[in-house]
Design a protein around this ligand. Structure first.
Ligand SMILES: Cc1cc2nc3c(=O)[nH]c(=O)nc-3n(C[C@H](O)[C@H](O)[C@H](O)COP(=O)(O)OP(=O)(O)OC[C@H]3O[C@@H](n4cnc5c(N)ncnc54)[C@H](O)[C@@H]3O)c2cc1C
Length: 472
């Protein structure tokens, strides 16, 4: 199928691949920029699961799945920190500072719909449910051609890769079994995990907490065993306040100056020691500086950080709302959630269910698992991806992995670097694919600011269209 009826014409076409928070905010900001610059624009917002405006994080309908950041840090409108809280009040949504994630998905959808209403007919959005399996230079009517799994195609002037995180990698060989859930955020992945049999969750981070809350809520007999090498759980929010609100001379001394990892860790510890009762404020003040500091670290220091320090940073940086912490504490004291420190080394499929072998130092424990759920977070090597679109972009040299192979490389405007390091003027990205380059690029504030910076892509689309028009 061709999407010609919706996208043909004299307007520039931007294909946004991925309909989650990144794609939705990219579309929202592109609409606004198109109206301001009076550039006729057609946006194809394409999502393989039809989760437009929601994506992986905000598609949940479980009311106990809350935002992990307070509402004043989740505004999708730059320089208006109160925007989300005002929207929630106007819509009668009650909360204790931490909104349900489903409500946030509604907020994103409404933001896009508002931008759409204000931009029409100059700029419009078509929401398309399709799996983009290849992106190639076409060079005919429009410079880019997107190939869809269902044998269709979309021709575009510019593409934005808003494809989110990679699904988790396999921690060890796992026999083919419907009782293994490789990605808990895939649509309907947890629906069947409601038969009361024990659930082993790999990983003890935020996703594990959400999974534990969901599966124990779905059946009163379900118990969860969560396994990770560190067995560290995310901390609880105690003093929600705006990011970076605290002044710390030690942290300020870090700004802009190259620093090695050991010195950086020493200075952060010194800053925390100066505020022993308020380490959260130090973590929050550090957080907007993370991308800058990350880029000043040597590749070897970045590797060392990932191997030895990242897990400790993550549990302090990504904290959970008090209501989530309370629920987890209840599950633990009722014996319905246990946390095991160890490394998964083998999984076997027996008639009675899966058996999971966990190495704990010199010993190994075997745990019966009605279900095994992989909540280890995004796969850490993009060059091993089996995603057809990313595979093709990497193999064809249109995109290049960052040195840590966590994602792909782009310039400061989100223009994707090709294999020779040249920024594309047609292919852009934002959000999780930039993890290796920025480290802190997954949360809403970063995604929002990157989406706003995509105006360069719009200008490129306008130029491409003008060039095509004059060549015709
Ligand atoms: C459970 C959870 C809770 C979170 N809570 C918070 C929070 O409280 N605060 C905060 O700031 N951040 C939070 N985050 C982080 C952040 O907001 C999300 O990771 C963010 O939503 C990322 O959005 P995205 O659009 O980049 O990725 P995704 O949401 O993964 O969306 C990408 C979309 O692209 C689609 N796609 C991918 N490839 C293709 C293709 N080839 N063709 C078509 N479609 C494709 C996928 O199906 C998916 O729908 C949370 C994340 C998670 C997972």
């Amino acid at each position: 199928m061709r999407y010609s009826e919706q996208l043909d014409g004299r307007a520039a076409v931007v294909a946004v691949i991925g309909g989650g928070a990144s794609g939705t905010l990219a579309a929202t900001y592109l609409l606004r920029a198109a109206v301001a610059a009076r550039i006729p624009l057609r946006i194809a917002l394409i999502d393989r699961h039809g989760r437009h405006g929601l994506g992986q994080a905000y598609a949940t309908v479980n009311p106990a799945h809350l935002l992990n950041s307070p509402a004043d840090r989740m505004s999708a409108v730059a320089h208006e920190p109160g925007h989300l809280a005002r929207w929630a009040a106007a819509n009668g949504i009650e909360h204790d500072g931490f909104l349900p994630r489903a409500a946030f998905g509604r907020y994103l959808r409404e933001l896009l719909a508002d931008a759409e209403r204000a931009a029409g007919p100059t700029a419009t959005v078509s929401r398309i449910t399709a799996d983009v399996v290849a992106l190639k230079y076409a060079g005919l009517h429009r410079p880019l051609r997107l190939h869809l799994a269902a044998d269709g195609r979309i021709d575009a002037d510019v593409a934005v890769l808003a494809t989110g995180n990679q699904p988790p990698a396999l921690p060890c060989p796992v026999p083919a079994s419907p009782r293994y859930v490789p990605d808990p955020w895939a649509p309907g992945a947890l629906d069947a995990v409601a038969d009361g049999s024990p659930v082993v969750v790999l990983g003890t981070g935020l996703t594990m907490l959400d999974v534990a809350i969901a599966v124990t809520g779905a059946h009163p007999a379900t118990v969860v065993h969560a396994v990770s090498r560190h067995a560290l759980l995310p901390r609880e929010h105690r003093h929600p306040g705006p990011d970076g609100s605290v002044r710390s001379p030690v942290l300020e001394s870090l700004d802009g100056s190259p620093v090695g990892l050991p010195a950086l860790i020493r200075r952060v510890r010194a800053a925390a020691a100066q505020a022993p009762d308020d380490w959260e404020a130090i973590v929050d003040a550090l957080r907007p500086r993370i991308s800058g500091l990350w880029q000043l670290l040597s590749p070897e220091d970045r590797r060392l950080f990932l191997r030895h320090a990242a897990r400790y940073w993550e549990v302090h940086r990504h904290r959970v709302p008090p209501a989530t912490a309370r629920r987890i504490e209840q599950l633990r004291s009722a014996g319905r959630l246990s946390v095991l420190r160890g490394r998964l080394i083998a999984v076997s499929d027996k008639p009675a269910g899966l058996r999971v072998r966990v190495e704990q130092g010199a010993r190994a424990a075997e745990v019966a698992a009605g279900w095994l759920i992989n909540a280890t977070g995004p796969a850490a090597d993009i060059t091993a991806t089996s995603d057809r679109l990313l595979r093709g972009l990497l193999d064809g040299g249109l995109a290049t992995p960052d040195p840590l192979r966590l994602g792909i490389e782009a310039d400061a405007n989100g223009a994707v670097l090709d294999v020779s390091g040249m920024p594309s003027d047609l292919v852009f990205t934002l959000g999780p694919p930039l993890r290796g380059q920025l480290y802190e690029t997954n949360a809403l504030p970063e995604i929002r600011d990157q989406a706003a910076a995509l105006e360069g892509g719009l200008a490129a689309a306008g130029r491409a269209r003008a060039a095509a028009g004059s060549a015709a």
